[in-house]
Design a protein. Sequence first.
Length: 183
Amino acid sequence: MRNLKAWAVRVTFLAALGAAALAPLVQRNHDSALAADDAFPGWPAAYEGRTLTEMPLTQRELAFVRDFPGRVGRFTDGRREIIIRWVGAPTRRLHSAADCLRGIGYSITPMPARKDATGTAMGCFRATNRNENFTVCEVIRDERGEGWPDVSAWYWNAIFGASRAPWWSFVVAEGEAEQSTGK
């Protein structure tokens, strides 16, 4: 009889553990459905005081956008390339810029964090591929002004409800020649 009770306790514990592990997935699917109904406010006209000009998405970016719970835009401010992602639900489909660039053959060297124009910390790195070198910094912000310098920190805050949708992700890439000349 005691073995039966111990077995029942173990099964109940494992079932509760499994339900807890799956809870974020159930919430994420529910939020993804809601994200489709959210009103996209449109792209910002400027970033850090510089006017943005929209650029077409690359084929790789278009493939990524298909199942993304939000929108992705590619812009320039005349000096830098800026990828802006509007995210309507917590998702694992929001990848860090370092992971994306590493996946297409760039070597990544971490750099010190920088603060953007709002004072929010941005995670930064140098990306190198053949003769091409540029600095990339990224930040994710919510509507309350909270910011995260990396996708992982944002994701866990989003999944556990410490931050609510929608979010804005800004990935700013600047070539080394532009940085040294200030163009």
